[in-house]
Design a protein around this ligand. Structure first.
Ligand SMILES: [Zn+2]
Length: 451
């Protein structure tokens, strides 16, 4: 039986017990819910409200609670009945609230809070409460705090319990179940729309674009009829989907060319996406130094200059973007120039190893803390888009030189990032093989359904 049913059964059992005997107050039923079951808490709270009269048929489907560890904390038979006496308070953290303020409002002696925080460990979570979260307190006028329940997040919870004059903390953590799902689609207008048509959450579509973004320029290269297929994880808790996991494998057909990628974590813990032959999907250079921009002028050796109005080679690519948009170094390297450079305006040149260098011009300003000689990482912000020098409007002029020769950054074949280490090859091939086979099945379904 699935855990969700166990829980529901257990809950109804508990509810029925409460209803029939020792506690006539239905609201009490939710009080003993294990902390970690917030999802079902909501779900079953409705069931309880709706079921003010529990039908007999439901009552007979009660499951014995013994075998389910999820029920272990609920209701606690070892707890002295006297210890449970007191008043429950549901507290929602307000903005500007602190635990000290909450304790004071509930008239719990501040020394007790001090005692709890001194326990360290999980107690630290209590220092990180934020507005909107809820905590439950059981207080007693003589003892102060008897019990404190706190759902830290969807997967973890904690409980502070009085133990004579001291407190102890119990925590619970749940591991979501991972289910494998797949999706496929064909592009009609945009990747995002195709993703939505395939019921793919936007976050996964974005991830898909990130995986293949090194080979495919999703702003320029996408054509009607391009296809994608992917296998990904979904995270479930008690039969309810709580989040998406990672993309495990994906294929993208762009203008007739097929790209495939597989997620792999080697034994050292390094995770990356690799092509089926073990090459990293990442490249040594980012495809574009400015996100959310458009190419306003391409590499062209016979271009008429917009300001000078005469034929002058355009040995770079222009990216139009609003003034102040961050500019990123396209690869790891060292800044060898930072300053004004004629028509280029505020310029940075980064040298990458011995062969490659990149130039970024017309900046409005440089990223602070960087100067000639600074080392930069791939993707690191080095400056901001502007129109300094000879420019008609805010844009980045970007150049790539290989062995001091200007090359078209949009066309040149970029070197790959570090490939898979040889020692992981066999393990990779085994795992990747299975995923690629699964992926091909998904793709065949896609092809069949689009025909
Ligand atoms: Zn330019």
């Amino acid at each position: 039986m699935r855990p969700g049913y166990w829980l529901l059964g257990g809950l109804l059992a508990g509810f029925a017990a409460l209803f029939l005997g020792f506690n006539p107050e239905p609201a009490e039923a939710t009080r003993h819910l294990p902390l970690q079951l917030s999802k079902d808490n909501t779900l079953d709270a409705t069931a309880l409200t709706a079921g003010a009269s529990v039908p007999d048929t439901v009552a007979t489907s009660i499951q014995p609670p013994a075998e389910s560890d999820e029920l272990a904390e609920w209701p606690d038979p070892d707890l002295e009945p006297a210890a449970l006496e007191g008043e429950w308070h549901d507290v929602t953290v307000e903005s500007g609230d602190s635990l000290a303020l909450i304790f004071s409002r509930l008239e719990i002696p501040p020394q007790q809070l001090h005692k709890i925080l001194e326990l360290g460990g999980a107690a630290h979570n209590l220092k990180k409460i934020y507005p909107g979260q809820s905590l439950r307190f059981l207080t007693n006028p003589e003892l102060g705090l008897v019990k404190l329940e706190y759902q830290i997040d969807e997967l973890s919870g904690m409980e502070v319990r009085r133990q004579d004059d001291d407190f102890e903390i119990a925590t619970s953590h749940r591991t979501p179940e991972r289910r494998v799902a797949n999706a496929s689609g064909a592009i009609n207008s945009s990747l995002f729309i195709a993703g939505q048509e395939a019921s793919l959450p936007d976050s996964l579509t974005m991830e898909l674009a990130n995986i293949f973004g090194w080979d495919i320029d999703f702003a320029l290269d996408i054509r009607k009829g391009d296809q994608f297929a992917l296998i990904f994880e979904e995270l479930y808790l008690d039969g309810e989907k709580i989040d998406n996991g990672n993309i495990l494998a994906a294929a993208f057909v762009n203008q007739g060319k097929t790209y495939k990628a597989v997620r792999y974590t080697d034994k050292s813990g390094r995770t990356d996406y690799y092509s089926p032959d073990g090459k990293s999907m990442r490249k040594a250079f980012l495809r574009t130094p400015v996100e959310f921009s458009r190419v306003s002028s391409r590499f062209n050796l016979k271009r008429r200059h917009p300001v000078l109005n005469r034929i002058r080679a355009h040995k770079g690519v222009d990216y139009a973007a609003p003034r102040g948009t961050p500019i990123r170094s396209t690869s790891n390297g060292k800044i060898i120039f930072r300053g004004k450079k004629g028509g280029y305006g505020n310029t940075i040149i980064v040298k990458h190893g011995t062969k490659y260098s990149t130039l970024y011009a017309h900046m409005s300003k440089y990223k602070s803390g960087l100067s000639k000689g600074s080392r930069v990482k791939q993707g690191q912000i080095i400056g901001y888009v502007g129109s300094s020098g000879l420019a008609t409007g805010p844009h980045l002029h970007y150049e790539l030189r290989i062995n001091d020769v200007h090359r078209d950054p949009l066309r040149v074949k970029l070197p790959g990032a570090k490939p898979l280490e040889k020692k992981y090859r066999e393990d990779f091939e085994q795992k990747a093989g299975a995923l690629i086979a699964q992926l091909d099945l998904v793709r065949n379904v896609q092809v069949a359904s689009s025909e």
